[in-house]
Design a protein around this ligand. Structure first.
Ligand code: ATP
Ligand code: MG
Length: 768
């Protein structure tokens, strides 16, 4: 009844002809929209949802799939502007992960779990893999083959198996299939792993999708329930759905109204199993579908559109069926600035100066500027520089929830809920126990040992140990401290059962953390990922971010600010779904929307920038080891191989985030005095569109064959390089300058001299 036809008409009128055709097309015909960046795909998808509502489909019968939770909130907001908050709230706008998590929860008993099953994160997953390895080792038949790995360190082997399990789950591989394909060890690992998770009443992130498919295909009642509920499905960023997610979509979408929206040129999640063949599958599975192209870019200036288009034309494996003509009526805009910096610091300083220049001349505010980089770690220097120069900024992504302190708080929160398992208990105990790192470690290890020996849970073991008045292992003070930790946890559990507001619980948890622990938060390396964390250790601001997320979560999911629990029941269920929401989001390259409201510069990885736009975009560290990311540089954590075409798409995504001004920076010397080269993609940008400030000749430069271990996703080595013969800087320096000369320097200096000489020699060679 809140639905306003005139607002709907207004929205539809704001679309162009093609967009309108797509948005208003007969809703019973499956629709596929393929179009380039900034062409209004997401805007059209919003129009499509509005049309579905206008056609009388109830909001809670519409399922909209987006790639990130941020995109979900964004979409809900845009829809609510037309149909009002109430209706918009009823729409189910979700990511594949949280949708399937919900489905698994409501049918947990069919999966051999209870509705309270635990969601395993990376750490717990690793522990389960190690446990599975132990079990396989015990298994007599397998032990000989398994010990083939004996040469490798245990850590390496466990990492390898962890990857294996993740990959198998992402592709829906069963133990039986492994066995059939001649991999008995893999099969046993998978089987044991599944059994361990089952016995712990847990699922991991990769399980949700496959379990949902299983529920839908094996249980007619689940299928019936879903087809009864979901009358229409729309999917944004379709190019990033994995084949498993597509399967789920196909089952859900058969005989439903279905719309998918995407751009194959922006497919950047293949390391996560994303698969552009989804477009072809859709064409095959929905033969009566309609396909619509949008070809006008509304986002970027003409020069940006032209440069990005020229870049992506270098990809040879593009789907011709998806071929797009991209044009724009926007003004030319300024040329794309490409800037060479001699070091990371110089790059930072330059970006900072530019930002201050841009914002003080009131061309735009901080909120319409973004700094994009290939790897999370590159953001760190900017955070420090921004802090120093008092530039407000926000950092997106998983990093926040990987913060030690946030992990500690979340573990403690998990611990307050019934059925918590050992992972969070251990973490919570460690966080609350005062004392230095060594002491904590010693105490936790001892409790672990007892819990293994007695085959009981961690907390139970801890209770036994610390309730004893005397112990051979611990000092009296330690016993008191242990008891105190346990009673704190009890107190917090009681609070959850009594108190309605999650925020109150969270601030109580924060109050309980030992002061010393907080100071240690300056530690910058994350144990799980080995990545650097950001450094804003001001506890209050960290807690505030968490609180903001709580209120985001509540306002997006519930109509009251208290959540789902009945008034007198405390907040256990709401807290549980909040923790689910967080843990799902963590794996989804979440990017918060909060920041657009605040006037601050966005610092984010390119992956997390998808679908978004800013007036001014800086792409930093556009170096040939970063983007394309060299295979053995750090190795992509998830997929192993990096494909050159995917890296080019990533660069394309980065470029097309900019509305008015695009600045690309690269550096020539990294912090270890390694010589760096500009990204080979820069050479693919038409010269007349660039304003180049640098010494290197972008066109002349060829990638060094020695630095080319790029691996295609299928594992083949790529030999795509300019073929220029070259030798290492040290070799060259030795040859030309002589050993005696070089011996005058310390090893480190020698390397710098060699590199500088190498650089100089190259330049000489180019000039002649
Ligand atoms: P991406 O591929 O990056 O996700 P997209 O195709 O989803 O991009 P949108 O985000 O929907 O594009 O739109 C890009 C910008 O163009 C937005 O600022 C949007 O408001 C604007 N826009 C879209 N369609 C129109 C239109 N018909 N008239 C004016 N502006 C439009
Ligand atoms: Mg979009």
């Amino acid at each position: 009844e809140n639905f306003m036809p005139e607002k709907y008409r207004e929205y539809i009128k704001s679309l162009n002809d093609k967009q309108r055709e797509a948005a208003c097309n007969d809703v019973s015909i499956p629709l596929m929209i393929v179009a380039g960046p900034g062409s209004g795909k997401t805007s059209t998808m919003v129009g499509r949802v509005l049309t579905l509502l206008k056609e009388g489909i109830a909001p809670d019968n519409i399922l909209a799939m987006t790639f990130t939770t941020a995109a979900a909130s964004e979409m809900r907001e845009r829809i609510s502007k037309v149909v009002g908050k109430q209706i918009a709230k009823e729409l189910v706008i979700s990511t594949f992960h949280s949708f399937s998590l919900q489905l698994c929860r409501s049918h947990a008993e069919k999966l051999g779990r209870t509705t309270e099953f635990l969601v395993y994160g990376h750490g717990q997953q690793r522990r389960a893999v190690i446990e599975a390895m132990r079990l396989v080792e015990n298994d007599k038949n397998a032990s000989r083959e398994f010990s083939n790995d004996g040469m490798k360190s245990f850590k390496e082997t466990s990492k390898k198996w962890e990857k294996f399990v993740t990959k198998a789950k992402a592709s829906g591989r069963t133990p039986e299939e492994c066995r059939r394909s001649g991999d008995p060890i893999g099969a046993s690992i998978l089987q044991h792993y599944d059994e361990i998770l089952k016995s712990c009443n847990a699922l991991d992130y990769n399980d949700f999708i496959s379990c949902s498919i299983m529920l839908l295909s094996d249980f007619p009642e689940v299928q019936q329930e879903c087809t009864g509920t979901w009358k229409a499905i729309v999917v944004d960023e379709f190019q990033d759905t994995s084949s498993m997610q597509y399967q789920l979509l196909r089952i859900l979408g058969s005989h439903r109204h279905i719309t998918v929206v995407g751009d194959d040129d922006q497919s950047i999640f293949s390391f996560n199993g994303a698969d552009v063949s989804g477009f072809d599958s859709f064409r095959r599975d929905f033969p009566n579908h309609k396909e619509i192209r949008l070809n006008k870019n509304y986002r970027s200036t003409r020069l940006i559109v032209e440069a990005a288009t020229a870049l992506i034309h270098n990809n040879t494996k593009r789907d011709l069926k998806c071929c797009k003509l991209v044009e724009t009526d926007n003004p030319d805009g300024s040329k794309i600035n490409v800037k060479e910096c001699h070091s990371e610091e110089a790059q930072c300083a330059y970006v900072v100066d530019k930002i201050i220049e841009i914002t003080s001349s009131s061309i735009c505010n901080f909120g319409s500027i973004a700094v994009l980089y290939r790897r999370q770690i590159s953001g760190k220097a900017f955070q420090m520089a921004f802090r120093e120069r008092k530039i407000p900024f926000n950092i997106h992504g998983v990093a926040f929830y990987r913060k030690k302190i946030i992990k500690a708080i979340l573990a403690i929160l998990k611990c307050t809920l019934a059925g918590c398992d050992d992972g969070p208990s251990r973490q919570a105990f460690k966080a609350l126990f005062p004392g230095d790192k060594e002491e904590k470690k010693m105490v936790v290890q001892y409790v672990e040992k007892i819990s293994y020996a007695r085959k009981c849970g961690f907390l139970l073991a801890a209770r036994d140990i610390f309730s004893a008045k005397i112990s051979g292992t611990f000092k009296r003070a330690q016993l008191t401290q242990g008891r105190k930790v346990l009673s704190t946890l009890d107190m917090l559990s009681k609070l959850v059962q009594r108190e309605q507001s999650i925020s109150v619980v969270i601030s109580s948890v924060a109050d309980m953390l030992p002061q010393k622990y907080l100071l240690e938060q300056r530690a910058t390396v994350d144990v799980d990922s080995g990545k650097f964390l950001n450094e804003d250790h001001d506890l209050r601001s960290v807690i505030q971010v968490l609180m903001d997320d709580v209120s985001d979560f509540l306002s997006n999911h519930f109509s009251n600010q208290e959540g789902i629990d009945a008034k007198e029941n405390g907040c256990a269920s709401t807290l549980k779904s909040f923790l689910d929401y967080i843990s799902v989001r963590e794996t989804e390259n979440f990017r918060s929307r909060r920041n657009e409201n605040g006037d601050s510069v966005t610092l984010t990885t390119i992956h997390q920038s998808k679908g978004l736009e800013w007036d001014v975009v800086f792409i930093v560290k556009a170096n040939d080891s970063e983007i394309p990311l060299l295979h053995d540089n750090i190795g992509l954590s998830k997929g192993g191989g990096v494909s050159l075409e995917e890296e080019r798409r990533l660069f394309y995504v980065a470029m097309t985030r900019a509305r008015k001004m695009l600045r690309i920076l690269y550096i020539t010397l990294d912090t270890n005095c390694q010589l760096l080269q500009p990204s080979r993609f820069l050479k693919e940008l038409p010269e007349h569109l660039l304003e180049y400030q640098g010494e290197q000749d972008l066109k002349q430069w060829r990638p060094d064959p020695k630095e080319m271990p790029l691996v295609e996703s299928n594992g083949n080595k790529m030999t795509e390089c300019g073929g220029e013969s070259s030798c290492l800087p040290e070799e060259l320096a030795q040859m030309c300058l002589g050993n005696d000369f070089l011996k005058r320097f310390q090893a480190e200096e020698r390397s710098i001299v060699s590199h500088l000489f190498h650089q100089w020699a190259r330049k000489q060679a180019f000039q002649t």
